[in-house]
Design a protein around this ligand. Sequence first.
Ligand code: NAP
Length: 321
Amino acid sequence: MELNAIKKPMPCVALLSEGLNMQYLTDAFNEACPGVDLRMGSDLGALEDIDVAVCWFPPHGLLAQLPNLRLVQSLAAGIDHIVADPDLPRQLPLCRIVDTGMAAGMKAYVSWAVVQHHRGMKAYVASSAAGQWQEQDIVSPRRHRVGIAGLGTLGMACAESLASIGYPVRGWSRSAKDALPDGVTGFHGNDQLDAFLSGCDTLVCLLPLTPQTQGFLNAGLFAKLPRGAHLINVGRGDHLVEADLLPALESGQLSAATLDAFSQEPLPQDHPFWGNARILITPHIATRTDRLVIAQQTLANLASLQQGQRPVNLVDLARGY
Ligand code: NAP
């Protein structure tokens, strides 16, 4: 879609977030569309000017106050932070970002998370610091099964990467998949969940956060994993019932957890996860969306809508992702 297809002289884009300083997107929008009318912060000017809202946890109720809004654009792959607004104008198109760069970042993070635990890399960091030449047991990746809950854009990319370095990979999704990469076995639906879980030496959560997936990672699920499994959560914090994690680690049902997303972010300083030797915490950095991609997809989607065409990466609100 050509950006000059936008009919107004300049599109008016509101950058809306309760916690994030959206100033960081200014240069990218100006590069994608020099002269674009950008609004952010507490003074949005005349609300009727705003064509599109780019959102990360937008203040509840604000989107409903924009009379000429045509598009709600998530700046991320997920849209849970937008549909949490009880006043979201659900008749408007809501789009998310899908981008090969974001998938590449997630592949790198998940591969690292799997390998660092499976190969005992923490022990090498310690022995290196202590000046010790100390080998750890090497278990072939062929003997370490990795399961990915959520076999969508990001999950499929991670599945392919892990299979390419020798891990037997299984994926779980809502619907059956026709074609899967070599080395990847598919499971789908609640009926096949237990069979999927029983073969996950590492379980990676890459589900979207929906009413059906909230609290997915709980004590009952941990009990269905092989004893000593490693949990990687790169979905959302609310996928995990946090109170269930420490008992599962203490009992040995889980051997470790690598967590990138938390119910409350930043993770509060007094949170019991900090300092636990079995939990590796990263501050929601598994992957990031390129700023220019956000600007380009937003403006192209607006242009599509103005030409009566379907924007890309439109979310199915009935399905919830
Ligand atoms: P996606 O393409 O929409 O894929 C979602 C996958 O989850 C699909 O395979 C879908 O099944 C499956 N699914 C959804 N609901 C399910 C259910 N109830 N039961 C079983 N499977 C279900 O999403 P994506 O782009 O891969 O992104 C996934 C999530 O990653 C995002 O929503 C976001 O929360 C998270 N994320 C995190 C970071 C980070 O830095 N930590 C960065 C980006 C994204 P079908 O294939 O059958 O539809």
